[in-house]
Ligand binder design. Structure first.
Ligand SMILES: *Cc1c(COP(=O)(O)O)cnc(C)c1O
Length: 454
């Protein structure tokens, strides 16, 4: 085995990518353009300029294959990148599999997930264009944390609308954001018109990501010095995350490996995009490779959703996008992987799935936590409940390889750690984790409310 008999592959700092990879340049069918929810026509740049900086609007539509990473962003990447790539020796031994399992670990920065790769870039571009404040939503708290830290680096104010149920359940995520100077509001709130409207109609609601997005978009659209930032889904966010896959390729090259399978959990699709897109570049030129997005059965966007134009937010003020969707007012049950509870998916990931270039799998909550604990006990890292979906997927593939007696190479993304999710683990240990499924009826109903485009 020799070279591959490693525990951890570390790259030199000078190997941090200097450019992001844009898969749109190489994919056979490009993602559809964003539409305006106001006019029902393709969104004019001016309309998007009310909430996004020009540079990011341009990145959203670019078909250039490589996009330079601005120097100030790259300098901040140096604080924790290149991130480590591990061989999961403990897990392989437990599974007694001939497969070699590797994982890229994105939880080594202060905010504990991959999201900082994009929040730093977004804060930088907004600062460059004279913006003073960013408004955003956060579900589980990881994106709010990542944007708070990025805003503090670039001297921007930051307003976070946090889904009420997480606001109440994850007080330490709140304190984390306060530490970096952000103001955090439980959503729905009285600070925005759409929040007020929802509260009048549903005073006891625990909120949703779709509602919090509407509040943040309204805040940005109604304040000239304020823009909006989204932590996933959009093309530019997927682009920023490709540092993950670009580094992983170099790390595997160092030990003469190439994956048969790459996998990541999929909420809005950004960490999957980040790991998989640089490998898809090879697949487009003939290399054999499977790329698998793993989602929860409670929010099965790719595996059970519809490929159609839909609103990105509940109150229908943000752009309309062609994507796999469960419907903009589908509210998934309260699973612990809060970061995977979005009704839609990245338009690029959706198009690739539609074209059969990538695959998708879904798993239920309890089996995902079983996998998380197996991983923690053999690898020594407590994974985020979101990331544990990728672990579950990797374990399944490793067991299939065992049955077939094949020495497959599996690479998955460990998108973040679970050290702010110990309440969820405690529920699991006390037997209170349930396999909640979506209701077929609810899904049918929400899919009936898609906007008519074309
Ligand atoms: C937000 C989050 C996700 C889901 O978002 P994607 O855009 O699908 O990557 C996954 N894992 C962690 C740790 C997260 O914080």
């Amino acid at each position: 085995m020799g070279k591959r008999d490693v525990t951890k592959v570390v790259l030199d700092e000078k190997e941090i990518p200097k450019q992001w990879y844009n898969v749109v340049a190489d994919m056979p069918n490009r993602p559809g353009p964003h539409y305006s929810s106001r006019t029902g026509k393709p969104a004019e740049p001016q309309e998007l300029e009310a909430i996004f900086p020009k540079s990011l609007i341009q990145q959203e539509a670019t078909t250039e294959r490589w996009v330079d990473i601005p120097k100030p962003v790259r300098e901040l990447y140096h604080q924790w990148r290149p991130s480590p790539l591990y061989r999961a020796k403990g897990l392989e031994k437990l599974l007694d599999t001939p497969a070699r399992i590797y994982y890229k670990y994105e939880g080594t920065n202060a905010t504990g997930s991959h999201k900082l790769n994009s929040s730093l870039a977004q804060a930088y571009y907004n600062k460059e264009e004279g913006i003073k404040r960013l408004a955003t939503e956060t579900g589980a708290g990881q994106w709010g944390s990542a944007l708070s830290l990025a805003c503090s680096h670039f001297d921007l104010a930051c307003s976070v609308y946090m889904v009420k149920v997480s606001y109440d359940q994850k007080p330490y995520r709140r304190s984390f954001m306060h530490t970096f100077g952000a103001d955090v509001t439980a959503s729905p709130s009285n600070k925005t018109q759409c929040g007020q409207k929802i509260l009048e109609e549903f005073p006891d609601t625990t909120g949703s990501l779709g509602i919090a997005i509407s509040e943040a978009v309204e805040d940005a659209a109604t304040h000239a010095d304020t823009n909006y930032a989204l932590g996933s889904v959009l093309n530019h966010v997927c682009l920023h995350q490709t540092v993950i896959g670009l580094e992983s390729k170099k790390q595997l090259e160092m030990i003469d490996e190439y994956p048969d399978i790459v996998m990541a959990c999929c909420g809005g699709g950004s960490n999957f995009a980040g790991l998989a897109f640089p490998f898809l570049k090879d697949k487009f030129s003939g290399t054999k490779l499977r790329a698998i997005a793993v989602e929860p059965t409670a929010c099965p966007t790719l595996t059970k959703g519809k490929f159609a134009y839909d609103y990105g937010d509940s109150v229908k003020i943000g752009p309309i996008t062609k994507m796999y969707t469960l419907g903009h007012d589908f509210i998934p049950t309260g699973i612990h992987a809060g970061g995977l509870r979005y009704h839609g998916d990245s338009p690029i990931v959706s198009q690739l799935y539609h074209d059969g270039i990538i695959e998708a799998q879904s798993y239920a909550q309890k089996e995902v936590f079983d996998a998380a604990v197996k991983f923690a006990r053999t690898e020594g890292i407590i994974p985020a409940p979101e990331s544990a979906h990728a672990i579950k997927g990797a374990i399944e593939e490793a067991l299939k390889a065992k049955e077939a007696g094949e020495g497959k190479v599996i690479l998955f993304n460990l998108s973040g750690h679970g050290y702010f999710d110990m309440t969820a683990y405690e529920s699991y240990f006390s037997g209170n984790i349930e396999n909640i499924d979506y209701a077929e009826e609810d899904l049918k109903e929400s899919l009936n409310k898609l906007p008519q485009i074309d």
